[in-house]
Design a protein around this ligand. Structure first.
Ligand code: V55
Ligand code: FE
Length: 479
């Protein structure tokens, strides 16, 4: 029989595994869902099927769960399903866990040796009429957008050579292309990276491999109209450590960070690597270029903020150093300096994560960013992968520097939101997010006018269940 999950922070409180697959038709709504808000909101996150046989595990290693809110003429329906990966199926059949540590195949049970370890737990993406679910250590998995049934590994009919694809590709809103990259392209413990393009019709038209300065976690990247930006931070991997059963990642604060910038008109052999101060970044806000001046807007911290990523030198970390702040890094492509004339500027005085923008502004100069923030003056609840739930939604106006905020109750944390365009203006639309109601062990879907977030939601759709923290989401407009 299945024993209890361990009581560590990845498995308790709001992070308790849910393991619920369900359909809820017509959620109860407080207020009015705008009748012209039609489409689907997909969310991906981890939700472990079985307790880890090694006794404990980390939040990011859970089995992929996908959920969908269907918005239709003022109604909201909800659906949630596991992604049926090879790993999920093998453990389902065995009725227990068979896979060991996060991204370390040398810790698995012998019966799954050589089997796929993908969890498909990080990000849904909609492009060229396909819904793919992504996890950076594996190829994408295709999912039926109506039923959420798993369709299987997606490799562009076997054309993809890389064994991995990022969870953070970018859709160029003007060309309609999907730009992607991969790292540890030959699988866990390998070093090459690659750059990929899927054209607007869904064909894989580019796969160019290259070597990064060192093997670090490359969680996200940025595009501009003329450049592609690959930031590399020193959360490092060591293949010998993996073979000895150790952790995939260790923070190595002795290394600098590097930013690779490639002209889109060129190839990966044209990447220029700029050396910048030691720092850590997970999520990109946006990128854009003004001629040969290239801007990278990103959530940047002094060191890796994940509590379960250890320090290679064994040094104790100040938790404040792990808090990411919205930051603009600028480079001059005409500079011959080793740092590309690097400059850094703070975009807001609040820490947070899971930044997002109007999808029509990807790669272009833009004005607004929405971030799930942590207000240190308020109660911080334990939720999600860093165990620090966001307690404030912030909308930054990059023109004025003003930050519009919304706080929930002292029993509420927030997840990743989404911006839904309605009219031509950059913030003309809706902002949606999930409110975790810790006192009620359930969640709400909040719908805001994106211009007036501080006024509170226009409508709240109530869920009778708790939605474990997802990572990323995608909005697919309806008709
Ligand atoms: C992150 C999430 C991951 C992962 C590596 O957001 C980094 C950080 C959900 O999986 O595998
Ligand atoms: Fe991410």
């Amino acid at each position: 029989m299945t024993k209890l999950f361990p009581d560590g922070l990845s498995f308790s409180g709001y992070n308790t595994p849910s393991r619920i697959e369900c359909d809820i038709y017509d959620l109860e709504v407080e207020g009015d869902v705008p009748p012209d808000l039609n489409g689907r909101w997909y969310r991906s996150g981890p939700d472990p099927q079985y307790p880890p046989y090694l006794g404990d595990d980390i939040y990011v290693n859970g089995d992929g769960m996908i959920s969908m809110f269907n918005f239709e003429n003022g109604h909201v329906d909800f659906k949630m399903r596991y992604i049926q990966t090879e790993r999920w199926k093998a453990e389902r059949a065995a009725r227990r866990s068979l896979y060991g540590k996060y991204r370390n195949p040398w810790t698995d049970k012998p019966e799954v040796a050589g089997k796929s370890r993908g969890t498909a737990n990080t990000a849904p993406i909609w492009h060229a009429g396909r819904l793919l679910v992504l996890k950076e250590d594996h190829v994408p998995m295709a999912v039926d957008p109506d039923t959420l049934a798993t369709l299987g590994d997606f490799t562009w009919n076997g054309q993809l050579k890389s064994k991995t694809v990022t969870a953070h590709p970018k859709i160029d809103p003007v060309t309609g292309e999907l730009l992607l990259f991969s790292y540890e392209c030959e699988g866990d413990g390998s070093s090459p990276m690659c750059f990929l393009i899927e054209d607007k019709s869904g064909n894989l038209v580019k796969e160019e491999w290259f070597d990064p300065p060192y093997v670090g976690m490359v969680h996200d990247f940025a595009i501009t109209t003329d450049y592609v930006i690959f930031p590399i931070f020193p959360t490092t991997m060591d293949p010998e450590r993996l073979k000895a059963g150790g952790d995939h990642w260790k923070w190595d604060g002795s290394l600098p960070s590097w930013v690779g910038i490639m002209p889109r008109a060129g190839s990966t052999t044209d990447i220029r690597w700029f050396k910048v101060p030691t720092s850590c970044g997970f999520h990109v806000i946006n990128g854009f270029n003004e001629g040969t001046i290239v801007h990278l807007d990103m959530m940047i911290s002094k060191r890796n903020g994940f509590p379960y990523i250890g320090d290679i030198a064994g040094s104790a970390a100040d938790p404040q150093d792990g808090v990411p702040y919205p930051t603009r890094w600028s480079f001059d492509m005409t500079s011959n300096a080793v740092d590309g004339g690097f400059s850094s500027k703070s975009l807001a005085p609040y820490g947070g994560e899971l930044p997002l923008i109007d999808p029509r502004c990807v790669g272009r100069d833009y004005r607004y960013a929405y971030i799930s923030m942590v207000d240190p003056e308020r109660r911080i609840l334990m939720a999600g992968p860093t165990y620090m739930g966001a307690n404030m939604i912030g909308k930054i106006d990059l023109t004025t520097g003003e930050v519009q905020t919304y706080h929930g109750t002292d029993e509420t944390s927030f997840q990743e939101g989404a911006f839904i365009p309605r009219g031509p203006g950059e913030d003309e639309g809706w902002y949606i997010n999930i409110a975790d109601r810790h006192d009620q062990n359930r969640s709400d879907l909040l719908i805001f006018d994106a211009r007036a977030i501080s006024e509170g939601p226009l409508a709240t759709a109530r869920l009778p269940i708790r939605l474990r923290s997802a990572f990323h989401t995608t909005w697919v407009p309806g008709v």
